[in-house]
Design a protein. Structure first.
Lengths: 491, 491
């Protein structure tokens, strides 16, 4: 019996022995029915104490791999596979999953799923920034410096609210955008999603209603599903969410929260007009409904006017502002923030502690150093220029290849175009075939709270260079050209 | 009127103007009732377009700072403070908080709170590692190298499961500890707490029961409260959780989850014996109750035998293993992991995505490089030696100063001692006075699911050097000496 034990390892000998024997049993080197050497004999063979061998044999029996027949010895069990299967089935996990969670996973693996396609596919599915544009070297120096200056402290537990210098920087950054942070508290969170999660958990009970634009960010729809809250979608026009329907929803459905993406809305790209911002905010105040403003793409402005955020217009009352640099700087760091009225922030703070104590500290410190040294500004100027070119390339390619097949509005910011195909086009079904055409996109139906919208498509362009955009749109035109000219595809 | 505007700023002019005027109104430089210059006049004064001024005036009015009297002009409102107050009270946040969340925050700010004390206080409250021992420089080089090698990718979005090289490293690390990872999935999470949260959310419904040791980690009690689950505590003896009571609880209360800390239990320090581990696991299997094993302190072994984790003894069936390096390496990074049977891991994966997409990537990569280069092993050898000395200093000081006042068991690992004072001692009340004596500790009652335990105290020593330990324990003996000799303190 060829068993190698390492006396210098910190793993106890009996565990090493157990592990070696287990391997031999599972691979069949010790076949079913085979008798293991008596523990005294085994101990002699390996130069171990008998206790050690007994301990190892005990573990094997506990693990269901052997039978101990009193007075006769230890035998490899007859049907190890069945035995292991049985052990793995000791618990029927499926049956134990919380129904809300099961419902959410069904959503996410169904309509929430987006087919990405393989290596040669040109993918318009992503809204991630292009990391080829990242100022990695500048960031590396920032990380190095913060580790030199206060590494020990940054590697130990920190404050729930976040890294203080980053918090101060962000407050200044928000004030410069016209937001009055007085009466509010800023909390660093793990990107936008955790901010959304904390807000929904604090303000909603299962069964409550959340109002939102329709369509809206499909990840938010997943979050609402995971939290067991209903979703009342409010349609949009070119200026933003429809105020008449919004008022009806606020009045009749008394939502616990109104979730809005006023600037470069996902997926439509609409930048809510100033008048509409005022109107929407006045409605939220009148019906005393908290607003969660998703400012994820505010920095992605290439042309046109910057409107103030709802939070900047709010008298201090009802807007919770969720921000993130994840579309311009380093989403891999998972750093975002919430600015919330103090009375609410008190609860968000405790929920954040409960979730994970605080957001990773070193990431926050590195990001702070990067911003503080002016690299954020520099990077924004640089990448806005690139993304503006890509957006123009997109618009140009769409005009040349999809005119007549689809309608869209050229935006002035953000990372995506929102295309409407003729009613009857099934962009969801076509997305399944898209990789055959060498292209992938996000089918629009996943963005609608109430279902529908199968004739819509979201095209993200942030990670594609103009030549890829041209090729990708050509492929799309072939895919949709076939579809819209073939009556079988129409329903 | 002294208004400075910066024409090079990316902040639009009307927002700069609004912000300047708002500041003057809030500080009283523009007092209540004061009339603002007509917009035409203001535009001329500042060299702005009239539209810009109108836009700024509109924002001030929206923010409730000014009144626009048609035909007469714009006036600073009469009672700005009251107005702001009203705006801030547009929403009664307290009334809107989810009851479960409110209940949890009440718990956490009540019994869950631990008084830390000020700067000159010697604090035994913490279970954090001592960052003076951290190999910061080695870690800094690791971070630098991973940023040089694949910075762009690490700074963009990553995989939900975690950074692949770290996952592979951890699987090897767990296999070396006798855990068979086959049939399981490893998921990187933001420290132990997020692992606990995902598990509770996947397996429990509000109102369900979770069984756990009594006493147990108070942060877990907070989590159960935040998730709206009941807690059935099972008492412990010197070998671990009591198997007879455990069986009764598993049989009669059908808990959705059994949460256990078998190794260097928090707060008691008990290392569950081998026989007890087998017994407990057999019970969980018999009653088909999922076990969440908290392995947070497994590496904190200074003497004695290492027992296998429950997960290593489990036939594959019912144990979810939650691990973390936060007690030995860099808790500020917030990196932990869950090893769970695949059928469950599928749901945990989707919940993790929902929470925050993935754990910060760069932290994972830095940690991987640190471990891969053998620094973890080296650091463990070094800090085990230091912590062993501190534990011995603690035991020594307790013997000399607290014999007769309290009882405790010298442990062989972990970061704390668990002291029992005579019934009637109110360690919670004394904790409030402890800072006057220059000392702080965690009152034991916060660790008991069912209340009680006011005569227990947890003393963490990880961040204290032997001289501080000596002084701190002297102070404790004075505090408790006074208390136990003064009949008024007894109840």
């Amino acid at each position: 019996m060829n068993i190698e034990l390492n006396r210098d390892s910190r793993q106890p000998m009996y565990l090493q022995l157990q592990s070696a024997l287990r391997g031999m049993i599972l691979t069949g080197a010790l076949p079913p029915g085979c008798k293991l050497p008596a523990s005294r004999e085994m101990a002699r063979l390996l130069g171990l104490s008998r206790n050690t061998v007994d301990e190892a044999y005990g573990c094997l029996a506990d693990g269901g791999l052997t039978d101990v027949r009193p007075g006769r010895g230890t035998y490899v069990r007859g049907d190890i596979r069945a035995e292991r299967q049985r052990a793995e089935e000791a618990i029927d996990w499926e049956a134990r999953i919380n129904e809300t969670v099961r419902e959410y996973v069904r959503y996410r693996t169904g309509i929430g799923a987006v087919r990405q396609g393989g290596r040669d596919v040109i993918s318009f599915t992503s809204l991630a920034p292009d990391h080829q544009l990242f100022a990695v070297d500048a960031f590396r120096r920032c990380m190095n410096d913060v580790l030199v200056n206060e590494g020990g402290v940054l590697l130990n537990y920190g404050y729930v609210r976040g890294y203080e210098p980053l918090r101060r920087y962000l407050i200044g950054y928000l004030e410069a955008k016209g937001i009055d942070c007085g009466g509010n508290e800023l909390l660093i969170v793990n990107g936008f999603r955790q901010g959304l999660e904390l807000t929904v958990r604090a303000l909603c009970r299962p069964g409550d209603t959340v109002a939102c634009e329709s369509p809206t960010y499909n990840g938010a729809l997943g979050m609402f599903s995971a939290c067991g809250v209903r979703c009342a979608g409010v349609p949009m026009d070119a200026e933003g969410v429809d105020p008449e329907v919004l008022e009806r929803v606020l009045r009749d459905e008394r939502p616990a929260l109104l979730y809005l993406i006023p600037t470069y809305h996902n997926p439509t790209g609409v930048n809510m007009t100033m008048g509409r911002r005022r109107e929407v905010l006045a409605l939220a105040q009148r019906y005393a409904v908290p607003v969660l403003e998703d400012g994820f793409s505010e920095e992605l402005r290439y042309d046109g006017t910057a409107y103030p955020s709802l939070k900047a217009l709010d008298g201090g009352g009802c807007v919770i502002y969720a921000g993130s640099f994840s579309k311009v700087l380093f989403p891999g760091l998972r750093v975002g923030w919430l600015l919330a009225p103090k009375a609410l922030a008190y609860y968000l703070y405790h929920l954040k502690y409960n979730d994970d104590i605080h957001t990773g500290l070193l990431h926050q410190a590195g990001l702070w150093a990067f911003c503080e040294r002016g690299y954020l500004e520099r990077h924004l100027r640089y990448c806005r220029k690139i993304y503006r070119e890509r957006m123009a390339a997109m618009d140009d390619a769409l005009r040349r290849h999809l005119t007549g097949l689809a309608k869209w509005t050229a935006g002035s910011g953000g990372f995506s175009f929102w295309l409407k195909f003729p009613t009857g086009t099934d962009a969801r079904a076509l997305a399944e075939r898209a990789p055959e055409y060498g292209v992938a996109y996000a089918p629009g139906d996943s963005f609608f709270p109430g279902g529908g919208g199968r004739n819509y498509v979201r095209l993200g362009f942030s990670r594609l260079e103009p030549a890829q955009i041209e090729t990708g749109v050509t492929r799309l035109s072939r895919l949709f050209g076939t579809a819209t000219h073939s009556p079988k595809e129409m329903t």
